[in-house]
Design a protein around this ligand. Structure first.
Ligand code: BJW
Ligand code: ZN
Length: 266
């Protein structure tokens, strides 16, 4: 990231009246929440998405899938918003028309000061019945034996969820008795239509889209920045590495969200 690039992005942001901030897993990386596709630390480096993040995987082994998501929820509960999350809240505080759209299933935007981001891929904190979709209570967070990790660390030192890793029988739905499932969007599932509609509408009407920490490989979410660009809004990207969005971006800010975003809103 160079000074002139940061200055240009800052100018675009300051001029925007209807900005959209579009975030992915890199937004929470500096809070200790693992991304999916980063080399070494990405979840999909160690886990097979077909065995954990599809409806078929849950049908085949509900305890494996539920246990994995409980481990991740536990990790997120211990994480804290990073300076990037707070910078996004500052953008929204300066410009109340700002729409924050996230692919993340953590709650760090909310805890960082953005009360109601548009959630494209659901939430770790919204379990529901796998049969009748009735919302289910979030399980109590009982500390696991030997769990004395201080708050602030979302994950084990290697970035992987601990310590509830392992199968865990999901609770039964209070209405119909079917297994409760995580309230996230798995591969092959439709995104929540209200959220997708809100995201497309915001992108189509924005005058700047700031994309942060996404590989832009997962569809249809990855099309949100393309909608903005196609309709003439400048797109500014924050990511340490190139992505398929580079070509449509007015400015590419290469660096971590927790450093670049605070510099952008300074
Ligand atoms: C930093 C950083 C720092 C690191 N600072 N940056 C078109 C083409 C091809 C395929 C498809 C298509 N349309 C649909 C598909 C199929 C599929 C898909 O996209 N597959 C591709 C992967 C090939 N899509 C779907 O199945 C979707 N559903 C669907 O299409 O339904 C159709 C339908 C319609 C009607 C009825 C029925 C069906 C659903 C997709 C659901 C995605 N779910 C997941 C899991 C959520 C639950 C969970 O958490 O386990 O969502 S997958 C995972 O990827 C998660 C994320 O939200 C998503 C995006 O990942 P993200 O956020 O970009 O993370 P990474 O790790 O990829 O990237 C992190 C980035 O951060 C990197 O670039 C780093 O460099 C950067 N970074 N540190 C800033 N400090
Ligand atoms: Zn039910």
């Amino acid at each position: 990231m160079t000074g002139p690039e940061l200055a240009e992005a800052g100018r675009l942001l300051a001029a925007a009246r209807r900005p959209v901030v579009f975030t992915g897993a890199g937004m929470s990386a500096e809070s200790g929440v693992p991304t999916f596709r980063d080399a070494q630390t990405g979840l999909w480096q160690r886990y097979d998405p077909q065995e954990l993040a599809t409806p078929a995987a849950f049908r085949a082994d509900p305890a494996l899938v539920w246990g994995w998501y409980e481990a991740r929820r536990h990790g997120v509960r211990r994480a804290r918003p990073n300076p990037g999350h707070r910078a996004v809240a500052a953008i929204r505080a300066r410009c109340p028309e700002t729409v924050v759209i996230t692919q993340n299933v953590d709650d760090l935007h909310e805890r960082g000061g953005v009360p109601a981001p548009v959630r494209l891929h659901g939430s770790l904190f919204a379990p529901r019945c796998s049969a009748c979709a009735r919302p289910a209570p979030i399980p109590e967070d009982a500390a696991a034996p030997g769990d004395d990790t201080p708050p602030g660390n979302a994950a084990a030192p290697d970035g992987m969820p601990e310590p509830h890793d392992g199968p865990l029988t999901p609770p039964a739905c209070a209405g119909c008795g079917a297994p409760v499932r995580p309230g996230v969007v798995w591969f092959g599932e439709a995104l929540p239509s209200a959220a997708l509609d809100a995201a497309v509408e915001a992108a189509a009407g924005c005058d700047l889209l700031l994309t942060v920490g996404t590989s832009a490989l997962v569809h249809p979410a990855a099309e949100i920045p393309l909608v903005a660009a196609r309709l003439g809004a400048p797109v500014v990207q924050v990511n340490p590495v190139p992505t398929p969005l580079d070509a449509i971006c007015a400015v590419n800010l290469r660096g971590p969200a927790g450093e670049v975003l605070p510099a952008l809103v300074r």
